[in-house]
Design a protein around this ligand. Structure first.
Ligand SMILES: Cc1cc2nc3c(=O)[nH]c(=O)nc-3n(C[C@H](O)[C@H](O)[C@H](O)COP(=O)(O)O)c2cc1C
Length: 179
């Protein structure tokens, strides 16, 4: 079977965000596995206005075309007020069928590993028919970042990252048969 295309989706768009550093770490270790085509997807590049507030048919088409090219996702999720960012929720709302019957893993961060945001995301993914896998990388703003801004992950997270990617690839391949 040909390699799956897995998008590493950066969930934050704010000035000064740390998500690009986390996404690069995921991509570096994912690429080293050689088992799939991994690509960083930056929501900020798609300039999606709040859903329904402006005519965004071009942006929506570009976003859906990108999602359609993917078989699975790794969501880089940051905790904002005990949930996911508004930017990520808006981007999730901009597509429907393009998410369906694909797999996903979660890499989250926050004061308690972004756990509350990750669990909220799982509920949303259920509605979008995205199969989110069990193993989850939970990074601490206190111990995996210096000054809450420079990403210095503990070595132990690599175990979960690899197990999570194993599951995303296995389910991504299985779900491809449904599409
Ligand atoms: C609006 C806002 C709300 C936040 N709320 C939480 C929170 O509830 N729990 C938490 O652990 N961190 C919270 N944080 C801290 C963020 O997780 C932290 O700033 C993180 O770096 C944000 O991700 P980003 O840099 O990719 O934007 C919040 C940050 C912002 C900007």
């Amino acid at each position: 079977m040909s390699k799956l295309n897995i998008g590493i989706i950066l969930g934050s768009t704010r000035e000064g965000r740390v998500s690009p550093q986390v996404g690069e770490w995921v991509k570096q270790h994912a690429d080293a596995r050689g088992d799939a085509n991994y690509e960083i997807i930056d929501i900020a590049d798609y300039k999606l206005p709040l859903l329904g507030e402006a005519d965004a048919s071009e942006q929506a088409a570009a976003w859906n075309a990108k999602l359609n090219s993917l078989d699975g996702f790794v969501f880089v999720v940051q905790e904002y007020n005990h949930s996911i960012s508004a930017a990520l929720k808006n981007a999730l709302d901009y597509a429907r069928e393009a998410w369906n019957n694909k797999s996903a893993g979660i890499v989250s961060y926050g004061s308690v590993g972004g756990a509350r945001a990750a669990e909220h995301l799982r509920g949303i993914l259920g509605e979008l028919l995205v199969a989110d896998v069990r193993v989850h990388v939970a990074l601490s703003l206190f111990t995996d970042f210096e000054n809450f801004s420079t990403f210095k992950p503990a070595e132990l997270h690599l175990t979960n990252l690899n197990e999570m990617l194993d599951q995303v690839n296995a389910w991504g391949g299985a779900l491809k048969t449904l599409r």
